[in-house]
Design a protein around this ligand. Structure first.
Ligand code: ZN
Ligand code: ZN
Length: 104
């Protein structure tokens, strides 16, 4: 992997960002690994640049359990939440992307 990362405060080099062991849902070949994006740490497919799949936050390996109105389960990868937001769906169009705003 030829990552051009700057040495300062890099979570990848300091070992804070570890491989996730989560398979890429897009190509099914790669693994989601920490990478340096334009705005800092992202989680991208190890098959990049062939595969363009990436997430803003670390995937948990779980799938979104949200049921859409048509009864289909969302099923996309969940991402780790923050202190204030629980684990969330990585699909921006899914209501579970903002679980703290969901009224159940
Ligand atoms: Zn991929
Ligand atoms: Zn979802």
């Amino acid at each position: 992997m030829a990552n051009k990362v700057k040495p300062y405060d890099c979570p990848i080099e300091s070992g804070k960002a570890t491989p996730t062991g989560v398979k890429c849902p897009d190509c099914g070949k790669g693994e989601i690994v920490p990478a340096r994006g334009r705005f800092g740490l992202i989680y991208a497919c190890s098959e990049k640049p062939k595969c363009k799949f990436w997430l803003r936050a670390r995937p948990t390996g779980k799938r979104c359990q949200h049921k859409h109105e048509d009864g289909k389960q969302c099923g996309v990868l969940m991402m780790e939440g923050t202190k204030t937001i629980p684990d969330r769906c990585s699909d921006k169009t899914c209501p579970n992307h903002n679980p703290h705003k969901l009224k159940t």
